[in-house]
Design a protein around this ligand. Structure first.
Ligand code: NAD
Length: 400
């Protein structure tokens, strides 16, 4: 047992500490949101790959508390060690399981911590599904990672967040110092583009579906969904037309292939283009934190604001009931409100005016920083951060 007082320790766009009680509040807030929505009907056993933070965690919470679905969560998180706290995703998973026991006794959760890119974790997941659930009827693919060890060759790929073709020059915010400044980013090499596609593209999603099919653990008419982003033109140089955009393009290719793979079980594969939200992954992308700060102000004023949990409740209620918003290329467009003409006209008008001086008034920057800290369990009013808390918390492999 190890009790200590925990403070945020921020290094650039990551926080190296996490507060277990604060992470629990963050999870409870999301559970409460789901409980206030119409129940979702039709999800029974759901596998979420990347289930411990951001969109994957919200997907798991929406499935478990909104549909009383059994969930298998796969994630890569760090337990506490000595005076080092566990990672936020570890504490989120502890809290998810606690909340499930409290509100949904009998609903199962299976927790698998390890490298989702590896054959071993895929095999472990297949075996766990077979043993405890039989099959899964939804597979959510929500990984965001800076690196991938290829399971067949052992080659390690590192993703980069760079423009392609030509250098990018534009505005960004230094979140350590709250300073708006111009940044110049050189274009990625062909090798860097290929490495980013290897990490964040669709190959691993395909390998997951192949492994689940080969293991006989996909239910008839099973569905799978992977998350993508497009965003407005002002982020395209760094996102849609950048290295990460190339990887997202590869998801479209993978979706086509997976549709063929799933034909024998009459399954379906979707890409859901989600909106920009504050997560560990999005905070690492140049330009995006400043864009999110401005977008959130505009969407809140227009009463259109959504975070991870609002998006995932809406996605599942559309996928399992009301008609989903599908674009010409067959993608589900959860970014329809973000990309609404009036919202983006307001973004485009305000963007050139943004400076360090007006950052706190012209954008929702303070809420952005608060939202970032919340990802690690800091800044919740119900927590007395001066009190020591237990940092060594266990996650059992299976509950329910
Ligand atoms: P996140 O950083 O909050 O979550 C990443 C998840 O992946 C965590 O659960 C982490 O444990 C897991 N993970 C990372 N590497 C792993 C590995 N090797 N093995 C097992 N698990 C691993 O990220 P996020 O922002 O929620 O992103 C999830 C997906 O949503 C990504 O595809 C991202 O591109 C997409 N997306 C994000 C946004 C946004 O604004 N954040 C918008 C649209 C789409």
């Amino acid at each position: 047992m190890a009790k200590s007082i925990i403070e945020p320790r921020i290094k650039g766009f990551i926080c190296t500490t996490a507060h277990p009680a604060g992470c629990a509040t963050h999870v409870r807030e999301q559970v409460a949101h789901v409980q206030g929505q119409k129940p979702i009907v039709g999800m029974h056993n759901v596998l979420v790959i990347g289930a411990s933070t951001g969109y994957g965690l919200a997907s798991r919470i929406a499935a478990a508390f909104g549909a009383h679905a059994n969930t298998v969560g796969v994630y890569f998180e760090r337990p506490s060690a000595g005076d080092r706290t566990a990672s936020a995703g570890w504490y989120n998973t502890v809290a998810f399981n606690d909340e499930l026991r409290r509100h949904c006794p009998g609903v199962k959760s299976i927790n698998i911590n390890g490298d989702a890119f590896s054959d071993a974790i895929k095999a472990q997941t297949v075996a766990a599904v077979k043993k405890s659930l039989g099959t899964v009827d939804l597979v959510v693919y929500s990984l965001a990672s800076p690196r991938r060890t290829h399971p067949k060759t052992g080659q390690v790929f590192h993703s980069v967040l760079k423009p392609t073709g030509k250098a990018f020059q534009g505005k960004t915010v230094n979140t350590d110092r709250g300073i708006v400044h111009e940044v110049t980013l050189d274009p990625a090499t062909e090798e860097e583009i290929a490495a980013t596609v290897a990490v964040m593209g669709g190959e691993d999603w395909e390998l997951w579906i192949e492994a689940l099919l080969a293991g006989g653990v996909l239910a008839p008419r099973a569905r799978t969904v992977a998350y993508s982003y497009i965003g407005p033109e002002l982020t395209w140089a760094i996102y849609k037309d950048g290295t990460i955009g190339r990887a997202k393009m590869d998801l479209d290719r993978a979706a086509q292939k997976i549709r063929k793979l799933l034909a024998p079980v009459q399954g379906q594969a979707f890409i859901s283009v989600n909106k920009a939200v504050i997560t560990q992954a999005s905070s690492a992308i140049p330009v995006v934190p400043l864009y999110i700060s401005l977008l959130f102000k505009i969407m809140k004023e227009a009463r259109l604001h959504e975070g991870c949990i609002e998006q995932m409740c809406r996605l599942f209620s559309e996928l399992y009931g009301e008609k989903a918003t599908i674009d010409g290329e067959g993608r589900i467009r959860m970014d329809n409100l973000e990309l609404r003409e009036d919202v983006q006209a307001a973004v485009a008008a305000a963007w050139p005016m943004l400076t360090t001086e007006n950052l706190h008034t012209a954008t929702d920057y303070d809420a952005y920083i608060a939202g970032f800290l919340k990802l690690f369990g800091f800044g919740f009013s119900d927590i007395d951060y001066a009190q020591p808390v237990e940092t060594e918390l266990e996650i059992s492999d299976e509950n329910g």
